[in-house]
Design a protein around this ligand. Structure first.
Ligand SMILES: [Zn+2]
Length: 305
């Protein structure tokens, strides 16, 4: 029987889980609204695992928003969901009886895009996931760039040192102005109806609507600046924009051409959308060599007792 794994992605809006084949194919999935209380998140994850569990499941992977020490299997800090105090990997491994790999959610998404998505064949890739916040990860020479512990926090590239306060405590991170949450604020500031979709903004902009253009420029201009800074640092051969709004963000960048050719790089929409997180998490659980992870092994029954 071929091995499968359960991948879990803790997003700002949805908690997603899927049983995934070793080839990266989603076999079964469940999703629900994300809860913010860390203990409730652990309980919901255990319930989702129970619903998806089969004898073929060999491992579990969990993509976590925030900074993760993947080598030690610990969450260092979090933004909208902070799991740094709940010993997530150990508890899930003990309850599910499977090895558990955890990593930053952006890393999980990049692993999926490299394995079965838009970054296949690329060695050096930067991914920004545009959703409730902005996640990110960098692959260099086919391996995830780790730095000391948690490199690749691309949502926290500073684009305005006097800008808005970010969840990380600093000012002017790109996440504060180019996330999906920020797009909602730009729409309101431009005087457009709440809930105006990105597709609607593009249609209005194409018809000459100045408010739609203002909102899209406020969203895409700092993103362009962040991408150029990332290219200046990492010089990837591809920048991918993923998450629920990745394709829209990539389209909006056409309104903001690169200012100079020093830091140009192809920028493409990721292929897997919101599925990237669960696919990558599952693959990391199964094939830790892909993302250099060290799964936390399930303790023996004696250890549990
Ligand atoms: Zn920040």
């Amino acid at each position: 029987m071929a091995s499968t794994a359960i991948g879990i992605d803790i997003g700002g809006t949805h908690l997603r889980a899927a049983r995934v084949s070793d080839g990266g194919e989603i076999l079964d999935r469940v999703a629900e609204r994300t809860v913010r209380d860390p203990e409730a998140v652990v309980a919901r994850i255990l319930d989702l695992i129970r619903r998806l569990d089969r004898p073929s499941v060999a491992a579990i992977g969990i993509g976590v928003p925030g900074r993760v020490d993947a080598g030690r299997g610990t969450v260092l800090s979090g933004g909208y969901v902070d799991l740094s105090q709940v010993r997530l990997a150990e508890r899930v491994a003990a309850a599910a009886g499977r090895p558990v790999a955890i990593d930053n959610d952006g890393t999980m998404a990049l692993v999926a895009e490299i394995a079965v998505g838009a970054a296949q064949g690329h060695e050096s890739v930067a991914l920004l996931t545009i959703g409730t916040g902005i996640g990110g990860a960098i692959a260099e020479g086919g391996r995830i760039l780790r730095g000391r512990r948690a490199a690749g926090q691309l949502g926290h590239v500073t684009i305005d040192a006097g800008g808005e306060r970010c969840a990380c405590g600093r000012l002017g991170c790109v996440e504060t102005v180019s996330s999906g949450t920020a797009l909602g604020r730009h729409v309101a500031a431009a005087g457009l109806p709440a809930g105006t979709s990105a597709d609607r903004l593009f249609a209005l902009e194409a018809a000459g609507d100045p408010a739609a253009r203002r909102a899209l420029l406020a969203w895409a201009t700092p993103l362009r600046a962040a991408i150029e800074s990332i290219v200046a640092v990492a010089d990837p051969d591809l920048v991918l924009l993923g998450g629920g709004l990745g394709a829209a963000a990539q389209r909006a960048l056409a309104l903001v051409p690169a200012a100079a050719d020093w830091f140009c790089c192809p920028v493409e929409a990721a292929a897997l959308g919101d599925d990237a997180g669960v696919i990558g998490a599952a693959l990391c659980g199964l094939m830790d060599r892909v993302c250099d992870l060290h799964p936390v092994r399930a303790p023996s029954p004696r250890e549990v007792a």
